[in-house]
Design a protein around this ligand. Structure first.
Ligand SMILES: Cc1ncc(COP(=O)(O)O)c(C=O)c1O
Length: 451
C-alpha cells in the first residue's frame, strides 16, 4: 500500500484559507516552502488539513531523525508535561536534565566532560563561544566559508551566506575571521582541498590574525546549509592539531550532522576528529526546542556563577523528549539504519544521473546525502533554477524536499530514519520521476526556504 495520497492540488481549499489568514498577520520574511498546512504526522509521513498524505524528506529540517511523533517521545513528553513543565533548572533542578547530561557525556566520548543545555541551535553556538572566550581569555573566533551557525547577531556574523541571511542586518559582531572550507567538488585539485584550507589558516596566522588572540575555531564537520560539503579526510584532524599548537579550542557544530544522522553519533567520528567542544540541537529532541554544548570540565566551568543560563534553557519537557530520542536511536539501531538508507539513496541517485545530466555530484556520509545540480558537468555552473523546478515537481507528487548550498543548487536528504523500506522506495520513485520532469520545467531560482 502506498503512503502518498494526494486528494487535492496544493494548497487544497482548507490550506488555502489558512495561508491567506497567515499572509495577513504573519510577517512576510517568515515565508512558506511547502504550500500546505499540516494536520497530523507519524514517522516519515504527514497529512495536511485537506487530507493529502505526503512523505517528508526534510524531516522538520533535520529534527525528526526518529520520525514525527515517535510513540516513545510522545509518551515521555506527555508524562513530563503532566508532572511539571517548567521551573528554571537553576532555581529548582530536575533529574531529566542531569540524566540527559550523563547520556551526552557518554555519547561524545566520556571522560571529564560537562554539559550545558539551551533552546535553539544558535543559542548553543553563542554559548559555546562564551565558554571558549572565558576559558582562554581571548576574543577572536575563526569560522569558515559556507558555514551556517544561526541567525542571532553573533551566529549570523559567523554564518557565511550573505543573501538572505545577512543582507541589511549589519553591523556584525567583531573579531570574526572567515577562512576557506575545503569544497572538493569545486576545488581545482579536489585531493588537496583540505591541505590547501589548512595552509590558508597557517597563512592567516601571519597575515590576518594573531593566533595568540584566537579563542576558538568553529567548524561543521560536514557543512549543512553550505551544501552538504564533506571535507577531505585530513582537514579536520589537521585543523585540531594546528589549533592545539596555538592554544585555540576547536568547536564542532554538529547541529545538523550530529545525533546519528551520518551513521555515527557524531559526524566528527568518521574523520578521527576530536573537537574540544561539541554542539548539538535539531534531531536531539525531535523538534522540541533543545540544544546542548558539551566540553571539557575546565572549559565548561570557566565562566563564573550564573554567567550561563536563561529562563527556558534545558526545559524539562524537551529534556524528556531528548532522553527518549537517544534511547530510540540505540534501541532501534538507527545508526546502522542511517548507513543502509544512505546506500539506497546514493545508488538511486547514481541511477538517476544516467538520464539527468544536471546531477553533478552525489556526496555525503550515511544518510546525510546531498546532490549538487549543475547546468553542465564540465563547467559545473550551478543549476539552482533546475533544483527549484525539481522541488516543485516532488511536492506535486507528494514528497517534501529541501535545498541547501551557497548557490542554492544542492538537494539535501534529511529524512526520518524510521522511514520504512517501502516508503523510501516510494519517495525515491517520486524523486526519479521529478528529476526528469523538472528538465522541462526549470524555472527561476528560489532562495532561503530554511536552514
Ligand atoms: C550547523 C547549524 N548550526 C546552527 C544552526 C542554527 O540552529 P537554530 O536554527 O536551531 O538556531 C543550524 C540550523 O540549521 C545548523 O544547521
Amino acid at each position: 500500500m502506498p503512503t502518498i495520497e494526494m486528494k487535492t492540488e496544493l494548497p487544497g481549499p482548507r490550506a488555502r484559507e489558512i495561508i491567506a489568514r497567515k499572509e495577513r498577520v504573519v510577517c512576510d520574511p517568515v515565508d512558506l516552502h511547502v504550500p500546505t498546512v499540516i494536520d497530523h504526522a507519524r514517522g516519515a509521513a504527514f497529512t495536511d488539513v485537506d487530507g493529502n498524505t505526503m512523505l517528508d524528506l526534510s524531516g522538520g529540517l533535520g529534527c525528526h531523525l526518529v520520525g514525527f511523533s515517535h510513540p516513545r517521545v510522545v509518551e515521555a513528553v506527555t508524562g513530563q508535561a503532566e508532572r511539571f513543565s517548567h521551573t528554571d533548572f537553576s532555581v529548582v533542578p530536575y533529574e531529566t536534565y542531569v540524566e540527559l547530561a550523563e547520556k551526552l557525556v557518554r555519547l561524545t566520548g566520556g571522560g571529564d566532560r560537562k554539559v550545558a543545555l539551551f533552546n535553539a541551535g544558535a543559542e548553543a553556538v553563542e554559548n559555546a563561544i562564551k565558554f571558549a572566550r572565558s576559558a582562554t581569555g581571548r576574543p577572536a573566533v575563526i569560522c569558515f566559508e559556507g558555514a551556517f551557525h544561526g541567525r542571532t547577531l553573533l551566529t549570523m556574523s559567523l554564518t557565511s551566506r550573505v543573501h538572505p541571511y545577512k543582507t541589511g542586518f549589519g553591523p556584525f559582531a567583531p573579531e570574526i575571521y572567515r577562512l576557506p572550507y575545503p569544497y572538493p567538488y569545486r576545488s581545482p585539485d579536489p585531493e588537496r582541498a583540505g591541505l590547501d584550507a589548512i595552509e590558508a589558516i597557517e597563512r592567516a596566522f601571519t597575515t590576518v590574525v594573531d593566533p595568540e588572540s584566537v579563542a576558538c575555531a568553529i567548524v561543521e564537520p560536514i557543512q549543512g546549509e553550505g551544501g552538504f560539503v564533506v571535507p577531505t579526510a585530513e582537514f579536520l584532524p589537521k585543523l585540531a592539531e594546528l589549533c592545539r599548537r596555538h592554544g585555540i579550542l576547536v568547536i564542532a557544530d554538529e547541529i545538523q550532522s550530529g545525533s546519528g544522522r551520518t551513521g555515527r553519533f557524531l559526524a566528527s567520528e568518521h574523520f578521527g576528529f576530536e573537537p574540544d567542544i561539541v554542539i548539538l540541537a535539531k534531531a536531539l529532541a525531535s523538534g522540541y526546542p533543545l540544544s546542548a554544548v558539551v566540553g571539557p570540565a575546565e572549559v565548561m566551568d570557566a565562566p563564573g556563577p550564573s554567567a550561563i543560563g536563561g529562563t527556558y534553557v534545558g526545559n524539562p519537557v524537551a529534556c524528556a523528549a531528548a532522553n527518549a530520542v537517544l534511547d530510540v536511536i540505540e534501541e532501534e539501531g538507527l545508526l546502522e539504519r542511517s548507513e543502509q538508507v544512505g546506500k539506497v539513496i546514493r545508488s538511486r541517485w547514481e541511477e538517476i544521473s544516467r538520464d539527468v545530466p544536471e546531477v553533478g555530484d552525489i556526496r555525503g556520509i550515511g544518510a546525510m546525502i546531498g546532490v549538487e545540480m549543475v547546468r553542465d558537468r564540465d563547467s559545473k555552473e550551478p543549476a539552482g533554477e533546475y533544483l527549484s523546478a525539481f522541488m516543485k515537481e516532488t511536492q506535486k507528487r507528494g514528497v517534501v524536499t529541501v535545498s541547501c548550498g551557497i548557490y542554492h543548487n544542492v538537494l539535501r536528504h534529511l529524512l526520518p530514519l524510521v522511514i520504512t523500506d517501502e516508503q523510501l522506495e516510494e519517495a525515491l520513485g517520486v524523486l526519479a520521476d521529478s528529476a526528469v520532469a523538472a528538465r522541462r520545467e526549470a524555472a527561476p531560482v528560489e532562495e532561503g526556504e530554511g536552514e
